[in-house]
Every structure is written in C-alpha cells, then in structure tokens.
Design a protein around this ligand. Structure first.
Ligand SMILES: [Zn+2]
Length: 127
C-alpha cells in the first residue's frame, strides 16, 4: 500500500434521510520526514500564482484517474489550464495538517461532489 492510498479518507455521508450513491473521498497526503515533497511539487502559473504538481505514479489508478477529472473542466486558470484546487478533481488532495484544521470544509466539498452520482466528473469506478 502506498502512502497516499493508506490515508485515503472514505466516508459515506447520509443527510436528510437521503443516501448518496457514491462515496465522497478526500485524498489526505501524509507528512513524511516533515514534508509533503514525496508527493507534491510547488510551482507557479502564468500569473505567478502558486500551483501544485503531484507525483501521480505513486498512487493507484483508482486515485489518479479520479483526480483532474472535472467535466467540463473547472479551471483555476483558463490560460495555462491549471485545475481548480477543490473543484477541479473528484478526489482533492489535501495535506494532512490542512485536512485536520479544515475538516468540515474538506468533508463538505467531498460531499457536494458525491451528490447526483458525481455528475460533473469523469469517474473511474471500481468494477
Ligand atoms: Zn495561467
């Protein structure tokens, strides 16, 4: 099991007596030796804003194929085609510390995307 896979947070949320048919998922990046560099690299986009690149080869297909998969694409920047941090991917990757400090926000976002069978995302589901 890889480090991200280990920490993928799965939660089925039921509200108003309605069951969501698919899980909302948040990919929590584990801090290793004081950093998250094993999985992500910081960069900048065409306006000099911070961007993130992930080392997708380190996670299973079921995770990587459900990242950067919004359809239509939800861009952070239209010009250089960088995806929106929260809504550009079905599985958003968040750092361990950010996740713990923003639990509600992360779960709400995953829940929102799981509604309507994940419409707005090209989903790879387990067979
Ligand atoms: Zn740009």
């Amino acid at each position: 099991m890889d480090r991200l896979g280990n920490r993928v947070f799965l939660k089925k949320i039921e509200r108003d007596g309605r069951k969501s048919s698919i899980n909302g998922i948040v990919g929590v990046i584990q801090k290793v030796n004081g950093s998250y560099e094993w999985f992500k690299t910081n960069g900048t986009n065409c306006y000099g804003n911070a961007t993130l690149t992930y080392h997708m080869e380190k996670v299973y297909d079921i995770i990587s194929k459900n990242h950067f998969n919004s359809n239509p694409e939800v861009w952070h920047c239209n010009s250089c085609k960088t995806y929106d941090y929260f809504d550009g991917s079905y599985i958003t990757f968040v750092e361990e510390e950010y996740f713990l400090e923003n639990l509600q926000k992360c779960i709400e976002n995953a829940y929102k995307k799981s509604k309507n069978d994940g419409s707005g995302y090209n989903l790879l589901k387990k067979k």
